[in-house]
Unconditional design. Sequence first.
Length: 553
Amino acid sequence: MSSKNNQSALTTLVTVFFFWGFIAASNGVFIPFCKTYFNIDQFQSQLVDFAFYGAYYLGALFLFVMSSSIKKDVLNNWGYKKGIIYGLLVSALGALLMYPFIDEAQQGDTPVFYLVLLALFIVGLGFSLQQTAANPFVYSLGDPNKGSQRLNLAGGVNSFGTTIGPIVIALIIFGSTPLSGDELNQMIKNNEITLNTVQLLYIGVGVLFLAAAALFHFSKKLKNTKSNDSFEPANKAKNTLVGLTIIIAVCFGVIFNTYSNGKEATAAVENTRLILLFVALLAVVVSVFFANSRASKTPKGWGAMKYPQLVLGMLAIFTYVGVEVTIQSNLGELLKSVADKVNNLNPLGLKVMNDAEIAPFISLYWGGLMIGRWVGAITVFNPSKGLKKWLLILVPYVAFGVILLVNFGKYSSNEILLFSICVATQIGGFFLAKDNPIATLKIFSILGILSMLIGVFGSGQLALFALLSGGLFCSIMWPCIFALSITGLGKYTAQGSAFLIMMILGGAIIPPLQGKLADIFSIQSSYWIAVICFVYLLFYTFKTKTALQKQGL
């Protein structure tokens, strides 16, 4: 395929990256709205992420199990283009099902909330199929040495979707006029704000999915590319992952059952729920390291899991996605909860915000990811060494300008200054890392730890913007982890990539765990879970470097 055709194909392909970002970031606004509308606790509200990101895991696992059963890669048999089309159709089904699922739902109608989760789960299943196909598809469109940069470019488009998603959703649900918390709650109770707007929103989203599927189907520039790699069965790995899935299902099943009687939970029940969430988290860690331990002794049947860099990378993707999602998913509750009733202040000591006022900060968080990914995509355009240095400084602030334009008039001058300082810190990190993926991860993990600690112990706008800067420091991690994890895998590269996609599961487990910590302790202290995630990512940089050096890579 010629360079011009590659560019045309890439332009078409990145449209799905926009959809992923738009819907995923919109959950940050939808979660606090659901908590208010359905009268649920913080853990239950985080089930939005559990359904959405859990679908990624189950979708990728289902493809792997099916491929293992027929000893042929199902997705590769379809081709990447058809895989994306099928994924778009599944997501369209989930979006369109939202209409009958929530039709005539009333405030406090909790059973309807679980139908919302089912619809989001189906949307997520489609996204899982799209992402499993789209990532290697991007790599195939040109020079393999610049595959990660093309993925960063696609990630930049994804992040533009995450930036405008929260604002669009807030406008649709709440309108353009900011409301006080009491006004908003009263309007929900009076059914002046209902789920009818959400129904119309998802009809529109479903139509867009169908239109994108038609675009892909009729695009002549976008060939139905397939991988030349042969499918490598790994039955022992498959059985371990199925066992892990059963453990997670049992843990969450028991938790869901404790909510079924509708009674207020005792302290003992809440502690049981928290223990079960930790069991689910521990099961992921133990299963992955168990697989690698057994594979190092008897490699046959374990496939890519015999490589320590992949196993370490699986947990890195798990914690990276988990921390990226959980920071913003619980941010709404942090900003809207009341810590000082007399002065109407939240735990950070700032004015309590309502759901509509939270949206610009969710947008700013996701915008931080867009800034980093735009910087990561600079190399795609082959700038000279001198120009690249200037672009490292200019591109982040151009991207920040886009965020400000999307959220025109939403931030004070002090807030703009604070985030500008956060962006400058990120730029310094890029200069220190010098395009080295291990150095990049190490620097941004340290910055992530520091920012989360400030968020846990600090107050005021300093603490808020420390938490928001988490998006800046997460922004570049995905391609770094992905590239390091599949280094040296050879014929197991495709299988290793599938295992990494499965570990998006972190977005399904870590946010609900933080939500339950918030229910039992406090919303601000629950951000210790984000600190721990960044600590593992720092640990990963040292361990994966050692593992690669031992293999002479």
